[in-house]
Design a protein around this ligand. Structure first.
Ligand SMILES: Nc1ncnc2c1ncn2[C@@H]1O[C@H](COP(=O)(O)OP(=O)(O)OP(=O)(O)O)[C@@H](O)[C@H]1O
Ligand SMILES: [Mg+2]
Length: 333
């Protein structure tokens, strides 16, 4: 077993060996709330290579959306990045001026947000918003191609309608068409992009994203609760718990040999493991460790916890090709 490394060390790298497109180190995000500070994301580190797809899973509230919005610097006003570094193709994203960041968001980094309505103006016809986002897009043929690609050919003649006149799945697909196909970014951050879609449309959208990856080297961070989807689309999977990335591993490795007790519980909680369309189930108990000052946040729910787990937060260590934040990583649990 390799020596233990801090999450911010060199170990979170992607397998290709090329300089990563995206490099996140020790990212921490805190929300100010009426009840004080909520540390939503802590010590999150990972790399992403060009053309690589990283799936992000974890219970509701574990910090997945916060990581994605921090990467695009679109956090809500009451949130603050309190530590860390985000490198994108050699640029320090956290140090960039807003204008520079806006350019990157327009051209090279796309976000499909978890709630499509939040990124659409309710009082402007959908077609006009598509044109804003796609720099005019007067070419009717191109528009037909974009919308057809996400199974939306049928709404082409309804684009003078307002967002409330479209279904949630249609809006989600409009945003996928804009973010992935229209702009063809280098990096797409997709927050549960297919959750409201039926199985056929979902398969079509996933095929499209994989095609883009193959054709233009699109890299993606893909958040979903659907293990079937994540196993189909991801090269590696990151598992979040209480704001921390507790395990990150190649997809096959994570399913065949989950190392962190939380990952193991997550997979075991699913009857007929990871059948397509199966949602992630919760694990007995609730997330109580987010605000713990000492100890592993999963310790209160962990059957394998030892005294040390309640006293010290584990450093992340390499076990085979996995990175695991667990004191007992590498043991046969
Ligand atoms: N605007 C906000 N103000 C205060 N706290 C917030 C805000 N947004 C998120 N949080 C808190 O930050 C933590 C992480 O939330 P986040 O939305 O990133 O979780 P998630 O993993 O995306 O969950 P889900 O699977 O439900 O989408 C949670 O504890 C949440 O309550
Ligand atoms: Mg979310």
């Amino acid at each position: 077993m390799a020596p233990a490394t801090r999450a911010g060390g060199t170990a979170a790298t992607s397998p290709s060996g090329d300089p990563p497109l995206l490099s996140v180190r020790d990212l921490a995000v805190t929300f100010r709330t009426r009840n004080g500070e909520v540390p939503a994301v802590r010590e999150v580190s990972f790399d992403l290579a060009r053309g690589e797809i990283l799936g992000l899973v974890g219970e509701s509230g574990s910090g997945k959306s916060t990581v994605l919005t921090a990467l695009t610097r679109m956090l809500p006003r009451n949130a603050q990045v309190t530590a860390g570094h985000i490198g994108f193709d050699g640029t320090d994203l956290l140090g960039l001026r807003e204008a520079g960041m806006r350019r990157l968001r327009g051209d090279r980094i796309g976000l499909i947000p978890q709630r499509p309505m939040t990124s659409l103006s309710p009082a402007t016809p959908v077609g006009r918003q598509l044109r804003w986002h796609l720099d005019g897009l007067d070419d009717a043929g191109r528009l037909r191609e974009l919308l057809g690609g996400v199974g939306l050919g049928a709404v082409l003649d309804r684009l003078d309608g307002y967002p409330f006149e479209f279904s949630g799945g249609q809006l989600q697909r409009l945003l996928i068409a804009v973010a992935a196909l229209g702009k063809q970014p280098d990096l797409l951050l997709a927050d549960e992009p297919t959750t409201t879609l039926d199985a056929t449309v979902q398969a079509q959208v996933l095929r499209l994203l994989l095609e883009l990856r193959d054709r233009v080297g699109l890299a993606m961070v893909f958040v979903t609760h659907d293990l079937g989807v994540i196993s189909q689309i991801s090269d590696r999977i990151g598992v979040m718990y209480a704001g921390r990335l507790v395990e990150i591993a190649p997809t096959r490795e994570l399913f065949d040999a989950p190392r962190h007790p939380y990952t193991q519980a997550l997979l075991e909680a699913i009857p007929g493991r990871y059948r397509r369309g199966e949602p992630l189930r919760t694990i007995p108990g609730t997330v109580t460790g987010a605000n713990r000052l000492a100890g592993c946040p999963f310790a209160p729910r962990c059957a394998a916890a030892i005294d040390l787990c309640h006293e010290e937060n584990p450093v992340t260590r390499e076990v085979g090709t996995s990175l695991v934040g667990c004191h007992r990583a590498g043991e046969d649990l």
